[in-house]
Ligand binder design. Structure first.
Ligand code: NAD
Length: 438
């Protein structure tokens, strides 16, 4: 393939980051960002800030940090805005979320407190376990979308922001599927006017973003932009989109381990995953509707990694169960157990146990940073619609119709880095390596 660098608009001025939801993940992200700016922490977990990318041959010794290779916005140039159904500012919300210890949180108080949420678009039918009063009123869903567009414009003007990205970090909405109103943009816009009950609040935010030409990432498992109508709008307005559901604790482990089992042709008879967590996310997921959305997202990964249809003897009969239990004493410090029943040579059974004592928002915050920077980069590089190369960050990656998603973390990583090489006019790395032995 001929090596040509894509035309990439320069990275100038500030970048707006509009977060839907000012809860545990958002405040942990904002707090960490401020700490990075002050030099009191390193950007642990962020591929853009700490990850390296090999360029050329192994003997070339060119492995820059991603942010030094790709023209990305600088951490100092990000300006944060948010919406929430509660009036709590970023500091109060962070304190309630309880992720950051006081010795980290208190010095960041001023910076976090400046983030005051705008009134949300919210409907209890979509998140049964929550109720808040900091909510917009509007006759139709179209009115609500227009109010969000006004919020976006005001935010951009007040902060003199040239480009903006929106990331859904709000609660998981109840399970829903694609209906007639989602089939195309005309039907969707009619549905906004007619208050169609199948249009979720998250879809109103996404619509507002795409109308303004703002890239949108979906950190939760809701359908949101994974519908033809909004993908049509993303194409028409040349806006990149990606989702769904940040790949953090247990599913991250699953997509690290399962490719290894498959690579060594170790069979799998069962995978039982259970979690306890006590944050607001856990409370929302205690509702069967929201849990179903999450369950679908968590269950989907094994099949596409193991491909039972290609290897029925190894993977044709797997019992895969996922449970999430709301257990308040744990707060954000989730515990995820996995019991994995595998078999090897002559069918002898073996077991693997994982006990991951993780911190959900600590794992998710760097993903918000990377996605913000990459989506802005994608827009400047002229990419539009679904950004499959960002699958690396998601439990249920969005893909073009007719494609199955790639869940294997290592293939996702290779795809991401090869996309960066491709856009920057560098050779793809195939790992063939014959030339070293010629
Ligand atoms: N933490 C993780 O590792 C992880 C991983 C994957 C996905 N997620 C998803 O990310 C989302 C955020 O997680 P969290 O731990 O920060 O949850 P959280 O409950 O602490 O924060 C969500 C916030 O969104 C607000 N909200 C709800 N509906 C809203 C709306 N329509 N408009 C504006 N604000 C709204 C809530 O009031 C709350 O403050 C959840 O959907 C969760 O399932 C989290």
């Amino acid at each position: 393939m001929e090596k040509t660098r894509a035309t990439i608009q320069p990275v100038e001025g500030k970048l707006g980051v509009l977060l839907v939801g000012l809860g545990a993940i958002s405040t942990t992200f904002i707090g960490g960002l401020e700490a990075m700016r002050r030099g009191t922490t390193k950007p642990f977990g962020s591929l853009t800030q700490m990850g390296t990318i090999r360029l050329g041959k192994r003997t070339d010794h060119r492995t820059p940090i991603v942010k030094d290779f790709v023209p990305l916005a600088k951490v100092e140039d990000l300006v944060i805005g948010a919406w929430d159904i509660f009036t709590d500012d970023g500091y109060t919300a962070a304190k309630k979320a309880g992720v950051l210890d006081p010795h980290h949180l208190e010095p960041l108080k001023d910076a976090l407190a400046t983030v005051k949420p705008m009134k949300a678009v919210f409907d209890r039918n979509w998140v049964k376990k929550l109720d808040g009063s900091h909510v917009k009123a509007g006759k139709t869903k179209k009115d609500l979308a227009d109010q969000l567009i006004e919020d976006i414009r005001r935010f951009e003007d007040q902060n003199r922001v040239k480009r903006t990205v929106m990331v859904w970090c709000a609660s998981t909405e109840t399970f829903s599927t694609i209906t007639a109103v989602h089939q195309n943009l005309a039907a969707f816009e009619k549905g906004l006017e007619a208050n169609d009950s199948n249009i979720a609040p998250s879809q109103i935010y996404a619509y507002a973003a795409l109308k303004c030409g703002i890239p949108f990432a979906n950190g939760a498992p809701n359908l949101t932009v994974d519908v033809p109508a909004l993908q049509e709008l993303a194409q028409a307005n040349r806006v990149p989109i990606c989702g769904k559901d940040f790949k953090t604790g247990q599913t991250l482990m699953k997509t690290i381990l399962a490719p290894g089992l498959r690579a060594r042709l170790l069979g799998l008879s069962g995978w039982f995953s259970t979690n306890i967590l006590g944050n607001r996310d856990g409370e929302v997921l205690d509702d069967p509707g929201s849990f179903k959305t999450k369950e679908e997202s968590k269950l989907s990964v094994l099949d596409t990694i193991l491909q039972p249809e290609l290897n029925p003897d190894l993977y044709g009969n797997i019992c895969h169960k996922v449970r999430i239990n709301y257990y308040p004493p744990r707060g954000d410090n989730k515990e995820g157990w996995d019991n994995i029943d595998i078999f090897g040579w002559m069918g002898y059974p073996m077991q693997i146990k994982i006990d991951f004592l993780c911190r959900d928002s600590i794992l998710a915050a760097p993903l918000v940073l990377d996605l913000t920077l990459f989506l802005d980069f994608a827009k400047r590089a002229g990419l539009k619609g679904i950004q499959e190369w960002l699958s690396f960050y998601f439990k249920s990656p969005m893909v073009a119709q007719g494609l199955y998603p790639e869940h294997n973390l290592f293939i996702q990583e290779m795809k991401l880095k090869n996309t960066l090489r491709y856009l920057m006019g560098e050779e793809q790395i195939t790992h063939l390596g014959m030339e070293y032995y010629e």
